[in-house]
Design a protein around this ligand. Sequence first.
Ligand code: SAM
Length: 330
Amino acid sequence: MADLIDEHGRHIDYLRISITDHCNLDCFYCTPFGGRTRMSHKEILRYEEVLQIVEAAVIAGISKVRITGGEPLVRKGMVELCRMLADIEGLESLALTTNGVFLDRWSLPLFEAGVRRINVSLDTLIPDRYRHITGGNYHHCVLNGIERAEAVGFFPIKINTVVMRGINDDEIEDFARLTFEKPFHVRFIELMPTNGQSSNSQASLFVPVEEMIRQVKSVGDLCLEHETESFGPARMCHFKGGIGKVGFITPMSRHFCNACNRLRLTAEGKLRTCLFSDKEINIKKPLRAGASTAELADIFRRAVKVKPQKHDLTHNRHELLGRAMYAIGG
Ligand code: SAM
């Protein structure tokens, strides 16, 4: 197995792939000013193209893939894509990030296709609030979906909650309490600057991790977990007597760039070496011009060479991303 090592000594083995920019929700913090623009059907990578790119990525040294979007479960045939990806020799882990709206329907087929890890984005436990945040009336669908995913055998199920002041910061304790009843990993995420919000309103929504930790600690005896690779960028804890875990993802106040192991592929075939850098490498162009899988693997090797050492955003310095999060995949 080859190793992809970047100029800063980081081992890059993880690729997040957005398979569509389309989403069935309209979360206010993810939707850019003036609404979303849709990529045209022609622009979006076909499944056989995604497959060839992943084969190349694995040759270069990638061993973990996560499918994201937009909302990946709205793209037709995505279970079949997962089945084909899971069959790629050398690909050790296939994961999915979803808003969970269609998870009830697709949990079993996804599990049978070889997906083993699921992250569900859920910012509130209150149905009315869910409608306000996402524009959709699907709160019950997400809860059913999580239940089905658990019944089918996904473990651990990670629930990702972006914490926003005045929107859902009064639910931190309720989310944390879930881990006494369920083996979920509930992960609180700091809001990141994207072009979904003006920089002023973005700054006013931002809740720093210290504040989240204070609230979580009021729920029970919190113990820090030893770091393992499966926790990714989250710092994980558990409550004494709890069966799940609580995590904190702090891209802003304590970034984890020195441990960053990832590349991103957008739905229209651009490789991004850092979530916060708009410098992209077009891999679709050589692919459509007939590049071989070995040549595409070389593009991955060259991409990691230009991966920035770190991003320099802080919550006081909100420079908006050129691309909205729905068009990157988070
Ligand atoms: N539709 C899928 C989902 O909801 O998980 C995948 C795409 S969505 C863009 C991925 C994640 O990005 C979601 O958890 C969402 O909450 C998160 N996200 C979007 N904008 C964000 C922001 N400005 N700061 C932090 N997280 C954000």
